[in-house]
Design a protein around this ligand. Structure first.
Ligand code: AMP
Length: 282
């Protein structure tokens, strides 16, 4: 893999280089490494500070040998390609990446409050205000992704991080090749969040993310996902039948009947519970 500089790590916080995207090759020596933030499948994530700019980031360290053994180098390459080109307040920024002989380092935006999944475990469920905020912000990020022809396909609390000021950030694009709509039909998501069309192996498009948004909204309010059962086959059955008694414009079997991200953001329940910093313009 050739080293490539996607964006200067200190592009945001020095007046010196403001507006001039000066590209420089980074190495591990550029960083002071802090506490571990978490453990992933292929390596660890550390708090880190770029020495010159003092810019705080999360440094994700992936071992090449593990990536090779699992045959996921291609997937990682795509993930880097996608995430580094998405710039939205509710999508975790990937500033740069670099590598040495054994490892690949991803320089990521630091999300101080960590995984939404862990916060939910701690709090059990959220009130309507908090849920409406997260659903609004996720709809906003999905609207942006879909406008760039990127389907996430794996929206779930484990893949959502929360910043210091409590904003939601989509963090993981490992399942979302930027493909023509409907090209891929492989199962990628977690069972509880999978839409009927993916379970049934039929055509699917960006509307899969809107189903998952509906599942997330339910789980944040109630404390567990709507189709959860003891067995996978029973969960499959409940999803395909949309076996749920709960008013939802997102949990619709027909993907075309799910409301759009825009309609989510202006839905009366969202509007009644959340006032965005930058209201949507129409
Ligand atoms: P991952 O390998 O992406 O699953 O990351 C492992 C764990 O590290 C996650 O569950 C988070 O708790 C933590 N983590 C990953 N990325 C970040 C980040 N950008 N900011 C803060 N914590 C993170």
């Amino acid at each position: 893999m050739e080293p490539r500089v996607l964006q200067p790590v200190n592009d945001q916080n020095t007046s010196e280089n403001a507006g001039t995207p000066k590209k420089k090759e980074l190495t591990l020596a550029n960083f002071d490494i802090g506490k571990p933030l978490g453990k992933g499948k292929f390596g660890n994530v550390y708090l880190a500070r770029e020495k010159t700019s003092k810019f705080i980031v999360a440094l994700k360290v992936l071992f090449k040998s593990q990536l090779q053994n699992s045959g996921v180098e291609h997937q990682l390459r795509r993930e880097i390609e996608i995430q580094s080109h998405l710039q939205h307040e509710n999508i975790l920024r990937m500033y740069q990446w670099f590598h040495d002989k054994k490892r690949i380092f991803l320089v990521l935006e630091f999300a101080a409050k960590g995984e939404l999944y862990k916060i939910l475990q701690r709090e059990k469920r959220f009130d309507e205000k908090t849920t409406a905020k997260y659903v609004y912000q996720l709809a906003n990020a999905l609207k942006y992704c879909h406008s760039k022809k990127v389907i996430h396909r794996d929206i779930k609390p484990e893949n959502l991080l929360i910043s210091l000021i409590g904003d939601l950030k989509i963090a993981d694009f490992g399942c979302s090749p930027a493909v023509q709509w409907g090209q891929r039909t492989t199962l990628c998501g977690t069972l509880d969040y999978l839409p009927p069309e993916m379970i049934e192996g039929s055509f699917h498009d960006e509307n899969v993310d809107l189903w998952s948004l509906g599942v997330l909204c339910y789980e944040l309010l109630v404390g567990n996902p709507p189709f959860e059962t003891e067995s996978n086959s029973e969960t499959y059955r409940r999803i395909t039948r949309v076996d749920i008694r709960y008013p939802s414009y997102l949990l619709r079997h027909d993907p075309r009947k799910r409301i759009s991200p825009d309609a989510v953001m202006t839905h009366h329940w969202i509007v009644a519970n959340h006032t965005p910093k930058d209201p949507p313009r129409h």
